[in-house]
Design a protein around this ligand. Sequence first.
Ligand SMILES: NC(=O)c1ccc[n+]([C@@H]2O[C@H](COP(=O)([O-])OP(=O)(O)OC[C@H]3O[C@@H](n4cnc5c(N)ncnc54)[C@H](OP(=O)(O)O)[C@@H]3O)[C@@H](O)[C@H]2O)c1
Length: 254
Amino acid sequence: MTARLDGTAALITGASSGIGEATARVLAEQGAAVAIAARRRDRLERLATEIDHKGGRALVVEADVAAKQEAVMAVDRTVSDLGRLDILVNNAGVMLLGDMVSAPVEEWDRMIAVNVQGLLYATHAALPHLLDAAEDGPRRVADLVNVSSVAGRLATSGSGVYNLTKFGVGAVSEALRQEVGGRHVRVSLVEPGVVNTELRDHLRDEVREQVNRRFAGVEMLEPEDVAEAIGYIVTRPRRVAINELLIRPTEQSR
Ligand SMILES: NC(=O)c1ccc[n+]([C@@H]2O[C@H](COP(=O)([O-])OP(=O)(O)OC[C@H]3O[C@@H](n4cnc5c(N)ncnc54)[C@H](OP(=O)(O)O)[C@@H]3O)[C@@H](O)[C@H]2O)c1
């Protein structure tokens, strides 16, 4: 593949592991300078070193996107240090499943804070820069990629508030797509099924066991599978917008 993102800058939230980490590698390989944001600085630094060794450019941004000023700072640092912002991948997220009746409300607060508010803060701060990039950037188009989930299309028992956050991401992505598409900012929604990442590590033990039983025998997606899909979305010609991409493991039924 030829590098299609030369001269561009991308900010990827939740880049310290899983899908975000793999996406940073893919976009860097395509020539983008990547700002990699998350809370675990050590993991980001390791990834930045790897990208640098491969001849790419990576900027480490330690940020908790659930804190408005840190989400805004992540965008500001990308623009000040990398000179521009052409692509925002809103990937940071938490999935704290379990029946609503017995759930600690703090888990709901965290999911809403990261999956919804964090995404909105980063989006609002990024939009003026994405609009600028679409007007005079090397590609004359910009990309906002929101990582939702199959859980953003299908509600299931034990996923209620996670469903709420991801359905919300789908709704706001479609509304924003209609607002800014005419100005060549493409808004894309990516909805993975189950992916082999650290996401399930944060579940309470009994919930994790339930989830593991549900997916027993299913060969999960790897983070690279989703990262490649994101790489595909952001390397389409200016006239092509991939609005929505649902990607499940072959064996996952719902
Ligand atoms: N794995 C799946 O089965 C699956 C399926 C569908 C959708 N998704 C979605 O994919 C996205 C990525 O998840 P993943 O599967 O790659 O899981 P993961 O490996 O746990 O990655 C989650 C990332 O989000 C970051 N993050 C969490 N809270 C944050 C905060 N407050 N501020 C900044 N960064 C934060 C984490 O970094 P720090 O902890 O270092 O901050 C980490 O880099 C999520 O939006 C998730 O909902 C995953």
